[in-house]
Design a protein around this ligand. Structure first.
Ligand SMILES: [Zn+2]
Length: 472
């Protein structure tokens, strides 16, 4: 009676649903821990090491995906398959014994994730762990708590490596992160300003030579010690106050940015990889959904055979084990099917976004995707959460980016500002967007502008005009 019937025709039980939901919400690393835990607790569950297709259970003699399950479902559709292998970034490389013990992160984790996303392409794979470590150990203002030499020792990196990664982080958005304090944060932000501007140069001198006087507003003293007219010192001080931020992490919180997946680990262990099949850019996209563990799970057949023959008190326990193992296998199967169907639709729909970037994101809701697959919206929310995708260009992004409706609008605003002949006010941006068929409120434009790190029009104005007027 505990034999596993053809599972597809049995109705879903509450236990089945609940467990499938739980499994869907886990990242690959978390799922791996869950599977190893089940294996340890349940003798009726076993993991076979041979290479078996996770979808159809065919044995796979060759390395690579299952030939039967890795065909496009539709004409010019993507090739989506469950991979029998784990993510290409080895787990040992990032979480082995040689790495420092976990530390309680003081900085908000999604800030870390936000920065890691930007660095993903430029970062040497060997530095990924280091970057994640630094970002997760910042204090709540975004400053370093340890000296670089300590970080180097803790992470077994070279000082040069640490300094290189620190410089990358300090110049990402929000600029000035991972510096030792406000002065260095402001200097890092100045690096991103027009270096030829005399105002920028004066601001740098003030930060270098008269930082404490600046804090006390002792402008006359600064003017005397730097031998610069008082009026210019005032202008430079106003520029520092308006355009720079001594506490980079605080700016981040005020910007209305949406929280992203909370696990920085997912950024060096993508759960899904999208690539061009055979490296051919015109060909169908290949979507590989990595297995959390190598091998495949099944109910131990020996255990199943032996169960009915065992004697009373033991057999009850065995029955429980068998039932639990069967349920777990079934739920894993269900989880995998949902991931596969979801990605088939997502990748077909978002091909342009995947290949050409943020502007081409087709806003799609979780609800619509749920309807297309025939599952509840909450199933999609879970399937999307804590997952990351490696794109063909090497970027690793959270899966929920595919549902970020603001992304293409933000990208358009950024472009408008880049090309503006004179600073456009938020109202003017609203008008221009409306003419392009995009309806957004002014305060939404202001919010998106802040997310993209674009100053309000009146400050952009000053930035463009003033340096010329002040040039000596
Ligand atoms: Zn297969």
């Amino acid at each position: 009676m505990y034999q596993v019937q053809d599972q597809s025709i049995r109705p879903l039980t509450t236990a089945h649903l609940a467990q499938t939901m739980t499994l869907l919400a886990l990242s690959n690393l978390e799922l791996r821990d869950k599977i190893l835990g089940e294996l340890a607790a349940n003798p009726a569950l076993e993991l076979l090491e041979d290479r078996v297709c996770p979808a159809c259970h065919r044995h796979l003699p060759q390395p690579g995906p299952c030939p039967a399950c890795s065909r496009p479902q539709a004409e010019d559709g993507p090739i989506v398959f469950l991979s029998p292998r784990e993510a290409s970034y080895s787990r040992r490389e990032t979480t082995g014994e040689s790495q420092p013990a976990e530390r309680e992160p003081a900085a908000p984790e999604d800030l870390a994730v936000h920065v890691l996303q930007q660095l993903a392409t430029g970062l040497d794979p060997a530095d990924r762990y280091l970057a994640a470590y630094i970002l997760s150990s910042l204090d709540e203002d975004g400053f370093l708590q340890d000296a670089p030499v300590i970080i180097a020792r803790t992470t077994r990196s070279t000082l040069a490596q640490v300094e290189r990664v620190l410089a990358m982080i300090a110049h990402a958005d929000p600029p000035g992160l991972a510096t030792p304090g406000p002065r260095q944060a402001l200097l890092a932000q100045l690096d991103l300003q027009d270096a030829a501007s005399s105002l920028t140069q004066l601001a740098r001198r003030i930060l270098d030579q008269a930082f404490s006087e600046l804090g006390r507003h002792e402008y006359e003293r600064i003017a005397a010690s730097l031998d610069v007219p008082l009026s210019r010192i005032r202008q430079a001080a106003a520029f520092i106050q308006d355009s720079l931020n001594p506490y980079p992490a605080r700016a981040y919180w005020g910007s209305g940015r949406q929280p992203q997946a909370s696990d920085p680990n997912v950024y060096h262990n993508p759960d899904i990889q999208i690539s061009h099949s055979n490296g051919d850019e015109a060909a169908a996209l290949m979507v590989e959904i990595f297995a959390p563990v190598a091998g495949w799970l099944r109910v131990n057949p020996m255990f199943r055979q032996a169960a009915p023959e065992s004697t009373e008190p033991v057999s009850e326990e065995w029955a429980r084990h068998l039932e639990r193992a069967a349920l777990f296998v079934k739920c894993m199967q269900q989880r995998n099917n949902t991931m596969r169907r979801m990605l088939e639709i997502l990748v077909r729909q978002q091909r342009e976004f995947i290949l050409n970037g943020d502007r081409f994101l087709e806003p799609m809701t979780r609800a619509r995707l749920a309807t297309e697959i025939g599952v509840h919206e909450s199933t999609i929310s879970r399937a999307v959460s804590h997952k990351s995708v490696a794109l063909p260009d090497g970027r690793i992004i959270p899966l929920d980016r595919f549902f970020d409706r603001s992304l293409s609008v933000r990208d358009r605003i950024k472009e408008m500002v880049d090309q503006e002949p004179r600073p456009l006010t938020d109202d003017e941006i609203v008008d221009r967007l409306r003419r392009e068929g995009i309806q957004v409120a002014r305060r939404t434009v202001a919010k998106y502008r802040a997310i993209e790190g674009i100053l309000p029009a009146r400050l952009r104005h000053r930035k463009k005009d003033q340096p010329a007027a002040l040039r000596v």
